[in-house]
Design a protein around this ligand. Sequence first.
Ligand SMILES: [Zn+2]
Ligand SMILES: [Zn+2]
Length: 265
Amino acid sequence: MAEYDPNCISKKENQKLPHRLDRHEGAKKLASLYSTGKRVQEVICVYSCIFLMLINFFMILKHLRIDRISEVIFSAICGIVTADFSSGIVHWAGDSWGSVELPFIGKNFIRPFREHHIDATSITRHDWIQTNGGNFMIGIPILLKLTFIFYNSSSTEIQAEYPFCAYLFLCSIFVAITNQIHKWSHTYFGLPVWVQILQNYHIILPRKHHRIHHVAPHVSYFCITTGWLNWPLEKIKFWSTLESIVTYFTGCKPREDDLKWAKTS
Ligand SMILES: [Zn+2]
Ligand SMILES: [Zn+2]
């Protein structure tokens, strides 16, 4: 599919999008499957996650020792790399397998992946909750684990585990904000300057970099947090090897459902 590059539209064109979407039945149908129940789940997850982020941020600052800063920075970078890798695994799994027809997970968790491929700009029209609900949910168990460490350990034990805590904290933050970063990678107008600087220095997913994934049939560059792992994973043929293993054991072919929705027009 990909008759047009959805990442390269002008502001004028973006304003016309509702009319363009009228032409794609699949995109319209997928958007209509966003339910009230899903919305409620997203609201709960976003605010619970922010609450846990604040608690853990306070504890991280409270136990920070400047003499261990290099160790902490290294752990934090490892946390960000883990978040990037996780974004790739989740994105690859959501894009390549399963179907919107599956009970519960289909409409609630696979649907957004299908919608994003046939209408890549729809994410730019999603509000804060719809953009971040899914990823903030994944951040919650990591932050709960961290909270458990902070509130069930002595100061000496916390110091011993501090690099691991910094790792978990940065990993959870970057996991949670992944879809916001992804949304920014599709936003060509009105981005704050600081976001553009982070993109230009490849600290977060750059716009040009993410466009590689949006070339049909969407088989590469799945990492969408920083995108740092995309090139090395492509070089070792990580995704295609993983797909061959899944197909060998299950007999399922990757992206069957994705292709079905792409043809619905
Ligand atoms: Zn995708
Ligand atoms: Zn995208």
